[in-house]
Ligand binder design. Sequence first.
Ligand SMILES: Cc1cc2nc3c(=O)[nH]c(=O)nc-3n(C[C@H](O)[C@H](O)[C@H](O)COP(=O)(O)OP(=O)(O)OC[C@H]3O[C@@H](n4cnc5c(N)ncnc54)[C@H](O)[C@@H]3O)c2cc1C
Length: 391
Amino acid sequence: MRHEVDVLVIGAGPGGSMSAKFAAENGADVLMIEKRQEVGSPVRCGEGIAELWLNDLGIKPDKRWIANQVDGARLFSPSGHCLTMDAARAGSETGFVVERDIFDRTLASEAVLAGSDLWVRAMAMGAKVEGDTVKEVVVDRLGERITVVPKVVIAADGFESRAASWVGLDSRLKLKDIDSCIQYRMVGIDDDARYNDFYAGSDAPGGYVWVFSKGEGVANVGIGVAASKLKAPADVKMYLDRFIAKHPEFAKGKAVDMVAGAVSTSLPMDQTVKGNFMLVGDSARMVDALTGGGVVNACMAGKIAGRLSAEYVQGSDVLGDYERAWRSELENTMVRNYVAKEKAVNVTDEQFDRIVLALQELEITTITTAEILGAVAKAVPDLVAELDLMF
Ligand SMILES: Cc1cc2nc3c(=O)[nH]c(=O)nc-3n(C[C@H](O)[C@H](O)[C@H](O)COP(=O)(O)OP(=O)(O)OC[C@H]3O[C@@H](n4cnc5c(N)ncnc54)[C@H](O)[C@@H]3O)c2cc1C
């Protein structure tokens, strides 16, 4: 069976749904395929999303997917010193803890309402490529083999992406650029629902622990550890359990579910468009290397890829613009945060304490990068020479 479309979007995560929505809104005939039977499930996410960027993306906060609205974020050093970043100090830290499954389904519904078709239980298996052009994609839909003939392919197939290799793009990651994650949804804990909390230091080597509150004693309590720092994969769980046991406010609760996954903490890929093929979101390694957040970046890139793909099928040779367009929105911050991550991986507990204490003392209304750097320079001069270059 053959199926011709203007734009084939692989993966119905946030990156795929935004791509499909903007391609369809701009007049393309779009098919989005999703290998799972239900968009958004199971959830593999801390579910923290900054409000500022949602506004930029035109995604309206919706009580169906907002579990909790937070006033800011708190960073705890290993000895328990706390840096609070509220809206006045760091506007981009205010935001939502979402119900990610409902969030993803809402975005997918918007794509469908804009005119895109969506096939679930439909997995891209491979492609026929001639030169730089993907001519056909073989899809397994509930056991049936369908040959999709697209004019453009947008691959938004996530961390485990296979599609990049079809056109010879190398998305392999070094061990040092992968964080191994595990998260419990905990109930019956004592947390502060006003803040998303982060715990740095040797509790989570090369990464951090997060506590993202969903309100009423429920929170996502998770950990990311640099894969290069793990002796055995199962050690991630050991680190999280050890952290929880050390904190009576969390140890009094119980886990009601668990997710495990990985995030890239690399630079984005050097090349994300080739011929009629574009990569969006995690498949292009667009995750923020310092925070591990990737939802907003995937949405931003998807919005651009969707619009350009529609212009392309209408006759404008614009796909090459994708590279420049998404990089001008996202790349500076991604590179800066990658350099910061590379440094943070080797910061000692004692240095983290000094950094947080120094930042606490900043008498300012908004924390800018330069002010942070100035404070860190005073607290930990040995770190700052290299940090200075990146700013
Ligand atoms: C434990 C954990 C916690 C995280 N916490 C946060 C957080 O708090 N905030 C944040 O912003 N980010 C977080 N992230 C990262 C975030 O989840 C991703 O960056 C985001 O989901 C990227 O969106 P995407 O659309 O690129 O990919 P995904 O959301 O992964 O979507 C890819 C989709 O493609 C589908 N797919 C894959 N292969 C195929 C195929 N061959 N055919 C058809 N479909 C296919 C998959 O089933 C999936 O639905 C976290 C990640 C992990 C692992």
